[in-house]
Design a protein around this ligand. Structure first.
Ligand SMILES: NC(=O)c1ccc[n+]([C@@H]2O[C@H](COP(=O)([O-])OP(=O)(O)OC[C@H]3O[C@@H](n4cnc5c(N)ncnc54)[C@H](O)[C@@H]3O)[C@@H](O)[C@H]2O)c1
Length: 335
């Protein structure tokens, strides 16, 4: 039996995810569609031959009236908290787009509410399910190159921000670096213990929050990750996952294009070889939806739960704080 899902937020990303992933899912069937913009929701239903009776413009009404098990929140980031809170109050499991919410207090409140009601909260950190990222993690675990000395990660993209992105605080951190910082935690199986960061703006950019960031993330396992990211970059863009180098004693693992296309490579001073990998059967958001459904059916915490994701959010907000204070911010006490 498919689980019944209400999707809230049918803008650019919401419609794309709906069409390519939710409608293709063996685990979910729509119980409702919500967007405050009536034409967005009715147009989405019409295009995909879904009944108009599924359409709402008010999430509270949908949560009250539709018979559902879960909600997928793909509305824009500043309303994630209020919609998730309402969903949990209506006893619905929640899958929520990144960034989970905008503050640790909001995350804490939602996680406690979910725990009290025995409901699942999962955050769509879909990059963990990319074939490239899975291949990179497998290579890091099997490469046998000795001790890891340090990591470098770069991301550049000239993004035309949405109106909500132009006014939000911590723009690049919460909208983009959220993927890369979550990748650090996932790839190294270690939380961020300390961050020294700087974010900045380009005068006249049109963004209230900084679009550029440089940070050093030190993991609990003692590895330094040097990260540079920009959503307002001119020139060549990196792929969404970014370009990464893991420097080991005996060689390096790259996620980049070292001449044979973007992918995972093992290299030393003399040779480089590209690691072949297969497309994932449940890659990207297919994997996220499958894990969310399995966690509901098996009554267990999902991978990338709200509690897990709070540690990614904490590292991002600490980056902004470090930039303001001009000093390192410790997230996990030493020793
Ligand atoms: N995981 C990823 O790779 C990825 C990629 C792109 C965007 N996103 C995230 O998806 C979210 C949406 O991004 P987008 O690009 O679609 O933005 P968008 O501005 O194109 O669309 C947002 C939609 O939310 C709707 N909305 C706003 N408030 C609402 C409310 N209270 N109830 C119902 N609907 C409401 C708007 O009407 C709009 O249709 C953001 O949080 C963004 O960070 C994630």
């Amino acid at each position: 039996m498919r689980l019944k899902l209400i999707q809230v937020g049918l803008g650019n990303h919401g419609q794309g995810v709906g069409e390519h992933f939710v409608l293709a899912s063996r685990d979910f069937a729509y119980a409702g569609l919500v967007d405050i913009n009536r034409s967005a929701v009715t147009e989405y239903a019409r295009k995909n031959k879904l009944p108009e009776s599924l359409c709402y413009t008010d999430h509270e009404q949908a949560f009250r009236e539709a018979d559902a098990d879960a909600v997928f929140i793909s509305a824009f980031s500043p309303v994630h908290y209020e919609i998730a809170k309402s969903a949990l109050e209506h006893k619905l499991h929640v899958l929520i787009e990144k960034p989970f919410v905008l503050s640790l207090e909001e995350a804490e409140e939602l996680n406690s509410l979910a725990a009290r009601n025995r409901l699942n909260v999962m955050v769509n950190q879909n990059y963990r399910y990319f074939a490239t990222v899975i291949a990179l993690k497998q290579t890091l675990q099997s490469a046998n190159l000795g001790r890891l000395s340090f990591v470098q990660s770069e991301f550049f993209y000239g993004h035309e921000g949405k109106p909500y992105q132009k006014t939000m605080d911590n723009y690049v951190l919460l909208e983009m670096s959220v993927h890369h910082v979550d990748m650090i935690r996932f790839l190294l199986d270690s939380d961020i213990a300390q961050v020294t960061g700087k974010t900045w703006n380009t005068p006249g950019s049109g963004y209230a929050g900084d679009p550029h960031v440089h940070a050093v993330y030190q993991t609990e396992s003692g590895v330094n990750v040097f990260y540079l990211g920009s959503l307002l970059a001119k020139g060549a863009a990196t792929p969404w996952e970014g370009a990464w180098i893991f420097q080991f004693e005996g060689g390096a693992v790259h996620l980049d294009d070292l001449g044979d296309g973007y992918g995972v490579y093992i290299a030393d001073g003399r040779t480089k070889s590209r690691i072949g990998f297969q497309a994932q059967e449940l890659g990207g958001i297919h994997g996220v939806l499958a894990e969310f459904a399995a966690s509901i059916r098996e009554q267990r915490e999902p991978k990338i739960s709200g509690a897990d994701n709070m540690r990614t959010l904490a590292a991002l907000l600490a980056t902004a704080e470090s930039s303001k204070q001009g000093k390192a911010i410790r997230l996990i006490p030493e020793g």
